[in-house]
Write a protein that binds this ligand. Structure first.
Ligand SMILES: NC(=O)c1ccc[n+]([C@@H]2O[C@H](COP(=O)([O-])OP(=O)(O)OC[C@H]3O[C@@H](n4cnc5c(N)ncnc54)[C@H](OP(=O)(O)O)[C@@H]3O)[C@@H](O)[C@H]2O)c1
Length: 232
């Protein structure tokens, strides 16, 4: 693994079982990092250089188990919060139970992980926190109220983290993609919806992974506060 830019680095990727998080985890591994993937549906057996943690990040027990297990592995150099949920529908059709669920995974989980993981990174004087936002963290789109409420909140979290950790060596980045062809769209089936982009017109998970890998491999004097990407 010598000669790879992230050799010797420890990366946590939530949502590492599929979609964007899985592509990020695979990419960071190619760059030489030891990668801890966290999601509900991961097999316990992991290939060399990886650790799989099957945890539900909507629960305090799952968050606690992840933090405990990671604590026994080491202080991460890179924390990528990519686990997330999505919903689509006008506000009259989307109940608060949907908002509650999206809040748990899109905002509460990254908040708790940042709260517990960034202080040790600060004490060491080095690290990056990369939060996967969305076009819906800065743009109001119809049918997106519950999702956008959590993603605008995640952007708020990112901006405060940036302010609180400035000068500490811990750098915080928000990556805000437009639509990406992942399993997140399976229940919606956008190819049958003329109001949505077709799957072929979306970004690929590797496009987002390339952005994260680029940030993760910048030297420590380079801060990347916000990176937006979307289909051409
Ligand atoms: N796809 C898009 O168009 C798009 C665009 C912009 C931003 N994003 C954002 O990108 C991130 C990843 O989305 P994606 O498209 O890759 O979605 P995806 O294919 O549905 O994958 C979601 C990931 O989150 C994990 N996850 C969900 N709930 C979890 C829970 N309670 N505990 C632990 N892990 C959980 C899933 O793992 P398990 O099911 O195994 O638990 C999976 O690994 C999300 O934050 C999403 O908002 C997506």
């Amino acid at each position: 693994m010598t000669g790879k830019p992230l050799t010797g680095r420890l990366a946590l990727v939530t949502g590492g079982s599929k979609g964007i998080g899985a592509a990020i985890a695979a990419g960071l591994r190619l760059d030489g990092a030891t990668v801890v993937r966290a999601a509900r549906s991961l097999p316990e057996d992991a290939p060399a250089g990886e650790v799989h943690l099957a945890v539900d990040l909507e629960s305090d027990a799952g968050l606690g188990a992840l933090i405990d297990r990671l604590g026994r592995i080491g202080v991460p150099d890179l924390v990528v919060s990519a686990a997330g949920g999505f919903s689509l529908g006008g506000i009259e059709d989307v109940g608060v139970e949907v908002l509650d669920r999206l809040y748990q995974i899109n905002l509460r989980a990254p908040y708790e992980l940042a709260r517990r993981l960034l202080p040790p990174m600060k004490a060491r004087g080095r690290g990056r926190h990369i939060l996967i936002g969305s076009i819906a963290d800065h743009l109001a789109l119809p049918g997106n109220a519950a999702y956008a409420a959590t993603k605008f909140g995640a952007r708020g979290l990112h901006e405060v983290l940036q302010a609180e950790f400035r000068g500490s060596g811990v750098l915080c980045s928000l990556v805000s993609p437009g639509p990406v062809d992942t399993p997140l769209w399976d229940p919606i089936d956008p190819d049958r919806r003329p109001d949505l982009p077709s799957r072929a017109a979306m970004l690929r998970p590797d496009d987002v992974a390339a952005a994260v890998r680029w940030i993760a491999t910048r030297p420590p004097h380079v801060d990347v506060p916000w990176l937006q990407l979307g289909p051409a």
